[in-house]
Ligand binder design. Structure first.
Ligand code: ZN
Length: 278
């Protein structure tokens, strides 16, 4: 079992609002402040979405990503993972719009596989998207985080690996409990893990009340974990989390109680084989 555990924190996502939890960050400064706090609590990677600073609506302006990335790098060595989900983008050039964050050369970018019904729309990730994204990330020396929402998506990632488009080691995020994706159950997590290509690194997120059971299983199984407001706004039943850092602290404490040491950003960089030095 890999002893060190990498904690990723997804500080804002695109769905939670300040009405749902007042601690959800919107502006680049709020996002950077939240991430710095999470670094102190034990996170090695921060996964970033951006919001319209005034309204809090999901946004995808490259200037906002740049402001967060640069603001954060001035303050901290934690790795940055920018989203490429671009769920609300429209037009004929959605693929190239989605890839804009890659050119900012963060340490990682998410690479979503498999199209899936998602809230009130279809989250479209066709084969040409996956290949274009993998090539773009490889050319820009950005590590892809292969986000999978169901077991078939792992096979699609396997094709990219076979085509030589993903550098070793492949790094998966097993997204458990997204509505209409694979249900977050212990059996399903074991099944997903059993389908991963050999020598893959993997992390697990669980949505809402599935967060704690899923990260606990990942800790026990030797995987890595993701927490944060993108996945869950509660600290426990009926109690809102006071900050992203509170959830990171909880995950770090749980990991250590269960015999896993929390990886520093430098250690996580080595484990993931990240070449980009920021
Ligand atoms: Zn995300």
């Amino acid at each position: 079992m890999e002893k060190k555990i990498i904690i990723t924190v997804a500080v804002t996502g695109s769905r939670p609002t300040k009405e749902m939890n007042p601690a959800v960050p919107y502006t680049p400064k709020e996002i950077v402040d939240a991430a710095v706090e999470c670094h102190k609590a034990g996170a090695a990677i921060v996964h970033i979405h951006v919001r319209n600073p005034k309204t809090g609506q999901p946004d995808f302006k490259v200037g906002l990503f740049k402001e967060v990335l640069e603001g954060f790098r001035e303050r901290c060595d934690m790795m940055v993972n920018l989203t490429t989900s671009g769920l609300l983008l429209e037009g004929t050039d959605v693929i190239s719009q989605r890839l804009q964050p890659v050119y900012l050369k963060p340490d990682l970018c998410s690479l979503d596989l498999g199209s899936i019904n998602f809230r009130d729309r279809v989250f479209i990730n066709p084969p040409e998207w996956a290949e274009a994204a993998a090539k773009c990330m490889r050319d820009n020396v950005v590590k892809p985080e292969l986000e999978v929402f169901d077991v078939g998506h792992i096979y699609q990632a396997g094709d990219l690996i076979q085509k030589g488009l993903i550098d070793d080691p492949p790094h998966f995020q097993l997204c458990m409990g997204i509505k209409w994706g694979i249900e977050a159950s212990p059996e399903n997590l074991l099944f997903m893990k059993s389908k991963l290509p050999p020598d893959s690194l993997w992390s697990v997120l669980g949505v809402g009340k599935a967060q704690l059971p899923m990260i606990t299983m990942a800790i026990l199984l030797g995987g890595n974990v993701r927490v944060g407001f993108e996945d869950n706004i509660y600290f426990k039943k009926g109690v809102l989390a006071s900050s992203n850092a509170q959830m990171v602290e909880m995950a770090a404490d749980l990991a250590e109680r269960l015999g896993r040491q929390v990886a520093t950003p430098a250690e996580a960089r080595r484990i993931l084989g990240i070449k980009n030095v920021g």
